[in-house]
Design a protein around this ligand. Structure first.
Ligand code: FE
Length: 344
């Protein structure tokens, strides 16, 4: 046998050996997640994935900022393969911090609309939340409402409750406005909105909804899953508050309703990269999308999947088509602008 041919066989045997060694390692392998989402919100899904893929899933749950800091300080030694978090602003910050890597997947590209993922594949949206206007049913007529911009009109003086500018949700909303109409117009709007505040910002989105229900203010901005959660809440006070308010979808004739995503990205130093990608693809699949979205009263990121009955009852809306990655890019400008506008 000529030497070159022997060499070829040896190479293919070596190639085969590495395939054989890799395959079981993957099938019996693991994937490690740092998650800013509550455990009960994703655990059943991860268990399903484990069963289907034969991959052990290890979950570390923590606060957004703490997980990002941990990833940064662990660097190449991090055990994390996947970072799961909410808000495109935070996902963009993770990319900016260098803790994520680009992933290209036909399955992810097919299931997740381009507006809901990083243009370079550093992270993918897995669920969608909208931030509409929530109003008091007994004091506000839907006909009085139109756009976010209109909430800066003096007719709303003393009638607006909004949480603080520390909230990444408000930062992202303002970033989206900057993306559409520039800083000058957005700043004038923010000043008008602040002038209409019924009280200094305090509490979270649920607290704003409760304040509207209690008559402290007439309108607020809140993420849809908070109201959805209150509607199906086991807490009677929350349920009763939710019954006093309704959703108005602003911006039908302008940019549309501000939307954001929860999502995930493969870490820059992932040791189980293939498993992490497989898990991402699983979370974007039809059944996982349905479960994941319903469990937290969010909209599926895949438009082919219908939202839950609770969300469907609010009707359809025109979602802002701005790529959510822009919200991260414009976050620093938004934070400075809100500060200038006196938004506490
Ligand atoms: Fe939230």
């Amino acid at each position: 046998m000529p030497d070159s041919f022997k060499h070829l066989i040896l190479c293919s045997v070596a190639g085969l050996a590495s395939v054989l060694l890799d395959a079981p390692a993957q099938a019996e392998g693991e994937v490690n997640i740092y998650s800013a989402r509550k455990e009960d919100l994703i655990k059943p899904l991860l268990d399903d994935f484990s069963k289907q893929a034969g991959v052990t899933v290890n979950l570390v749950t923590g606060k957004e900022e703490a997980l990002l800091q941990r990833l940064q300080s662990e660097g190449a030694n991090t055990p994390a393969d996947l970072l799961l978090t909410t808000d495109a602003g935070r996902l963009a910050a993770a990319r900016e911090a260098g803790v994520l890597q680009a992933v290209n997947s036909d399955a992810l590209a097919a299931r997740i609309p381009a507006a809901y993922r990083d243009p370079d594949g550093y992270w993918y949206g897995l669920s969608v939340r909208a931030r509409p206007i929530i109003y008091a049913k007994d004091r506000v007529k839907p006909a009085d409402l139109s756009t976010y911009e209109d909430l800066a009109d003096p007719k709303w003086k003393g009638k607006v409750c909004v949480r603080s500018s520390d909230s990444v949700y408000n930062q992202s909303l303002v970033a989206g406005m900057i993306g559409h109409q520039g800083e000058a117009k957005t700043e004038a709007w923010a000043k008008g909105l602040v002038a209409n505040f019924a009280r200094p910002p305090k509490g979270g989105d649920r607290d704003q909804i409760k304040a509207v229900a209690a008559g402290e203010c007439d309108v607020t901005l809140a993420n849809t899953y908070y109201l959805g959660g209150m509607i199906v809440s086991g807490d009677d006070a929350e349920k009763q508050a939710a019954a006093k308010v309704a959703v108005f979808w602003p911006g039908a004739k302008t940019a549309g309703v501000h939307v954001n995503v929860s999502g995930a990205g493969v870490t820059a130093n992932a040791r189980n990269r293939a498993n992490a990608i497989q898990l991402l693809e699983f979370m974007a699949s039809d059944a996982a999308q349905r479960w994941y979205a319903e469990t937290n009263n969010e909209y599926p990121v895949n438009p082919a999947i219908a939202p839950s009955a609770t969300l469907k009852a609010w009707g359809e809306f025109k979602a802002d088509t701005l790529n959510v990655a822009k919200l991260g890019e414009l976050n620093p400008a938004a934070v400075r602008l809100m500060d200038r506008a006196g938004w506490k």
